[in-house]
Write a protein that binds this ligand. Structure first.
Ligand code: ATP
Length: 582
């Protein structure tokens, strides 16, 4: 079994600073395996001396054996301690390394499948890496090195037996590797099914409200049932694949043992080994195949562990968005500029085509267009959730790719439609916009966005917890908190996805006032769904099929008899456009 890929992956997980410790552990585990083999092989002269009645000779060999056994114990202790230390390092640094790495990956990486896998590797994967050092690697190395050492020492006592041992080795290696491959393939299959089932469980739990609204809360959720059935099917298949793997290793070891005994007996019958030595040889054959039997049992488990390790390193090898060493400071704070931007989430499906427009500082631009025309995508490119395929997106006069992530997001406040609030107090949720804001600033933002009015109604006031995702607030109230968060951030650029759902008059009033306040000090790009917002905008950008169809003010666009005017005149009958009057 080739251990090199596993060791390479483990080394990647530990990082360059701990590679020396891994190497030291491996050296000591190998030394331990070698000494164990030498100690076992020394049994031959000891037994031969004893059985032949040459006590003095036997005692001398016994003394040598005692020294080697002592050295074996020391090596075992050192390798165990080094393995333990490396396991601790792996456990403590792995979460950090994976966490730091994924935080630099493009947002597009976080698909449902990847998130499910990520959660699996940081839970069961971490435990497995710890266990790998504790229970698998040492017996595996010893299982491989000990028989080799036994064979090497046997050369000094009987070269024919040593040759028989060495002939068995490649056969055993091939069988073990075949068995491990079978077990590993089964494990890969069941892992994919397990990730899919775990994703469906999360979906089932998360979207209970929607499912119940359609009467599917208690009588099951078809995709979940299918995923669980598939997981059971694949689990059974993996088990059947593992059976020949497990049996094959054991059989091969027994075969090697039989070969050694037959060779020993033939040598004794031929008179080249005396019957006394034969007893020692048989004992050695048992010692030779013992570690191999263990190796065969472990090879499948190691392959499964390697699958887990590989999944972790695959995440660590994902390319992060390239970051500049330092941010180039732009000369036009607050300005947003799209310069001939082409972009698609998938290579073969363009979403934005040659998009060019500028949002001057401290003005409000309304982005309008049919569903799927690319409005949300425009805002995602400004925050550099993805990189453009060609062209340039500039914020503050500088290409977003020439700005460090923290500098770029520091300039931008985002208000999404599906507002997510943390399971914390109202005050803490607003403070999340700028953790060093003062209480007065939080309260002032809350007043402007209408959060103060919510606070007045709640028994615990500002200290009221909002529940996971903000579920104890209404949709309109959540949006008010999220706007307050953006106000307190005081960012030069605000990206706002206006609510499509009708807000009650009170929510509407607060949202409008807050938007006015935001426009006074920031550049606001709003995905507009409401006519008052569009009419009040300094500029309207009309997107059509991913391209800019028109740019202008409401009056200009009404006069220019184009896409916007057509919508305006036919808005009651328009289907794709989501502008709602009032
Ligand atoms: N993460 C994604 N991966 C692949 N394709 C996507 C992704 N997000 C959006 N798209 C596709 O990109 C196109 C533009 O989507 P976008 O969300 O930008 O449109 P939109 O104008 O904001 O639509 P809506 O008003 O319905 O929100 C759509 O065809 C959509 O299916």
């Amino acid at each position: 079994m080739n251990l090199r890929p596993l060791l390479r992956d483990l080394s990647a997980i530990l990082g360059p600073e701990h590679r020396g410790a891994l190497r030291a552990y491996l050296v000591w585990a190998t030394v331990f395996g070698g000494l164990q083999g030498v100690a076992a092989a020394l049994m031959v002269p000891v037994l031969r001396g004893l059985l032949a009645g040459e006590v003095g000779d036997a005692l001398s060999w016994l003394a040598v054996m005692a020294v080697v056994v002592l050295a074996t114990c020391v090596a075992n202790y050192v390798q165990a301690m080094k393995g333990f230390a490396v396991a601790i390092v792996a456990l403590t640094t792995m979460h950090e390394r994976v966490g730091d790495h994924v935080s630099e990956l493009p947002v597009g990486w976080f698909t449902g499948e990847k998130v499910g896998r990520l959660s699996r590797i940081v839970t069961s994967g971490t435990v497995m890496v710890g266990g790998l050092f504790a229970h698998l690697l040492t017996p595996l190395l010893a299982g491989a090195v000990t028989p080799v050492a036994i064979a090497a020492v046997t050369f000094f006592f009987d070269w024919r037996l040593a040759v028989a041992m060495l002939v068995c080795a490649p056969l055993l290696a091939w069988v073990f590797s075949w068995c491990a491959r079978l077990v590993g393939r089964g494990d890969e299959l069941s892992d994919t099914a397990a990730v899919s089932a775990a994703n469906r469980v999360v979906e089932f739990a998360r979207h209970q409200r929607t499912l119940r609204a359609f009467g599917r809360g208690s009588d099951g959720h078809r995709p979940l049932e299918d995923a669980i059935t598939e997981q059971h099917r694949v689990g059974r298949k993996a088990l059947w694949m593992a059976v020949p793997g497990i049996l094959g290793g054991g059989l091969a070891t027994q075969f090697a043992f039989t070969v050694l005994i037959v060779v020993g007996v033939l040598l004794a019958l031929g008179g080249s080994v005396d019957p006394v030595a034969l007893v020692a040889v048989l004992a050695l054959a048992a010692r030779f195949t013992g570690p191999l039997a263990e190796l065969s049992e472990l090879s499948g488990a190691v392959r499964m562990a390697h699958n887990d390790v590989r999944r972790i390193t695959e995440v660590l090898r994902e390319e992060p968005l390239p970051e500049p060493v330092a941010t180039t400071i732009g000369e036009r704070p607050g300005e947003i500029e799209f310069d001939h931007v082409d972009f698609g989430y998938d290579e073969d499906r363009p979403v934005l085509r040659d998009v060019t427009f500028t949002v001057p500082p401290r003005t409000m631009t309304a982005l309008v267009g049919a569903s799927g025309s690319g409005k949300t995508t425009v805002t995602r490119l400004i925050a550099r959730f993805w990189d453009v395929d060609s062209g340039t997106v500039r914020v503050g006069g500088t290409d977003v790719r020439d700005q460090r992530t923290e500098d770029l997001v520091g300039q931008i406040a985002m208000v999404f439609q599906d507002v997510y609030l943390f399971d914390d107090t109202l005050e803490a949720n607003i403070l999340a916009g700028r953790p060093d804001a003062t209480t007065e600033e939080v309260r002032a933002a809350g007043r402007l966005a209408g959060v103060e009015e919510i606070v007045g109604r709640l028994p615990d006031g500002w200290a009221t917890r909002v529940g996971e995702g903000g579920t104890s607030l209404s949709g309109g109230e959540r949006q008010r908190v999220s706007i307050a968060r953006a106000i307190v951030k005081n960012a030069p650029v605000v990206l706002l996805d206006e609510a499509t759902a009708a807000l009650d008059t009170e929510n509407e009033r607060y949202v409008r006032a807050a938007m006015r306040a935001l426009t006074e000090r920031s550049t606001v790009l709003v995905i507009a769904h409401r006519l008052p917002t569009v009419v009040a905008a300094d500029q309207i950008v009309v997107l059509d099929g991913g391209a800019v169809a028109q740019v202008g003010t409401h009056e200009e666009l009404i006069v220019a008899d184009g896409r916007y005017a057509a919508f305006w005149h036919e808005r009651d009958r328009a289907r794709g456009w989501r502008l709602a009057a009032g």
